[in-house]
Design a protein around this ligand. Structure first.
Ligand code: ZN
Length: 148
């Protein structure tokens, strides 16, 4: 069960909207300790709005991610935006950002604007049995992740 402070989601939304204004997706990681998200880490990334939206964390971004964790932190969720609907694409499934059992992946629709609604407007997936399982908004998801 992960609690994400609203401030972290606002920070993510702002970043995604800024990227979206350029026609780009954005990606970030959420670090946490003891079931509470503690910070959003936005690594250096390179986005290509044409011919279709895609985003790639640079080599420097990967080392930023590695260095951003404190001794008691770990990455509890990956969060990224999509231009339109929120779902896990084949490349999202293949992305090795985090893959331990119970890790979360949040996809924000409409270049981040979906987060204005709430986490319920996003896709949330949990890593189980070596695959990503989508958990629809509702009681099951509320057992997994809540925003406060
Ligand atoms: Zn995606």
């Amino acid at each position: 069960m992960l609690t994400i402070p609203t401030s972290i989601l606002v920070e993510a939304r702002t970043f995604f909207e800024d990227r979206g204004a350029l026609g780009c997706e954005g990606t970030a990681m959420i670090a946490g300790t003891d079931g509470v998200a503690t910070k959003l880490v936005v690594p250096e990334q390179h986005a290509n709005p044409v011919p279709y939206c895609s985003v790639e964390v640079t080599r420097q971004g990967k080392s930023e991610l590695a260095l951003a964790l404190g001794p008691d932190d770990r990455y509890v969720a990956r969060i990224h935006s999509h231009p339109a609907l929120a779902f896990h694409s084949a490349s999202d499934d293949a992305n090795p950002a985090i893959t331990y059992p119970g890790a979360l992946s949040i996809v924000v629709p409409f270049f981040g604007l979906g987060l204005r609604q709430s986490l319920d407007a996003c896709a949330v997936l949990v890593r189980r049995d070596r695959r990503w399982l989508e958990v629809p908004a509702g009681p099951d998801r509320n057992d997994l992740v809540v925003a406060r």
